[in-house]
Design a binder for this molecule. Structure first.
Ligand code: NAP
Length: 249
């Protein structure tokens, strides 16, 4: 298991679901973890309590990362508390699904801002601290929908495809300072985000996963922990799919 001892990580949207699992995994490997949340304060505090009970270090920070100023405050809170940032996981995300003719402008804006602008916001402020130290690991949580597209998700698919472009451009921009930038693209994982999918779509998804099961939160967290480790130093600008073979090539 790759060690993250003495590393400091910020995980956006770490109060629930995949972000929570990533935060717990990074902490298990020795990182101090900043648990960002927007609305779920109790859940975020519970993640902090769990990490501390296991002997780790954590801090819950409220910030709507779709807002540039709030993201700046999040990164400041992390460096104020722990002195540096080694790992940034841009995980916060949401959906507002619908066919394009029915989709409201606000559904487009909310999803683009929450999923894509948030990642740009957090990268913008975290890279300063990372470049100064000539060390950093940025991991953006994209999706199979950003690679293959998903009907009913023009907003979500565009936001996740945008994260892939951001990953590759930033990887080139800051590679000279030994900061790596990669993306993880989960397939389908059982969380609040996927709990409302219609049965016909579930049937279609279940038939098309070569490994014949949905992903677990741990499946995603292990991939993130690897990309966050020293062992992944020579990997940058890549998209690692964690989807049971759903999208290949
Ligand atoms: P989830 O269970 O709905 O959790 C979403 C998390 O994001 C929550 O912690 C939420 O915090 C946070 N969040 C939402 N808006 C935020 C904002 N403006 N500022 C800060 N935090 C915010 O979702 P999930 O399934 O774990 O998804 C996590 C990530 O994985 C997302 O980027 C999603 O697109 C991606 N993903 C998920 C799947 C899947 O099958 N589940 C597949 C592919 C990709 P609060 O509760 O405090 O609002």
């Amino acid at each position: 298991m790759a060690s993250l001892t003495d590393k400091v990580a910020v995980v956006t949207g770490a109060s629930r679901g995949i972000g929570r699992g990533i935060a717990l995994e990074l902490a298990k490997r020795g990182a101090a973890v900043v648990i960002n949340y927007n609305a779920s304060a109790d859940a975020a505090n519970e993640v902090v309590a769990q990490i501390e009970a296991d002997g780790g270090k954590a801090l819950a920070v409220q910030a709507d990362v779709s807002k540039t100023e709030a993201a700046e405050q999040l990164i400041k809170a992390a460096t104020d508390k722990f002195g540096k940032i080694d790992i940034l996981v841009n995980n916060a995300g949401t959906t507002r699904d619908g066919l394009i003719m029915m989709m409201k402008e606000d559904d487009w804006d909310t999803v683009i801002d929450t999923n894509l602008k948030s990642a740009w916001n957090c990268c913008k402020f975290a890279v300063k601290a990372m470049m100064r130290k000539r060390y950093g690991r940025i991991i953006n949580i994209t999706s199979v929908s950003g690679i293959a597209g998903q009907g009913g998700q023009t907003n979500y698919s565009a936001s996740k495809a945008g994260m892939i472009g951001l990953t590759k451009a930033l990887a080139r921009e800051i590679a000279g300072r030994s900061v790596t930038v990669n993306a993880v693209a989960p397939g389908f994982v059982g969380t609040d985000l996927t709990s409302g999918l219609p049965q016909n779509l579930l049937d279609q998804i279940n038939k098309s996963i070569p490994l014949e099961r949905w992903g677990t939160i741990d499946d995603v967290a292990y991939a993130v922990a690897f990309l966050a480790s020293d062992e992944a130093a020579y990997i940058t600008g890549q998209v690692l799919s964690v989807d049971g073979g759903l999208v290949m090539g």
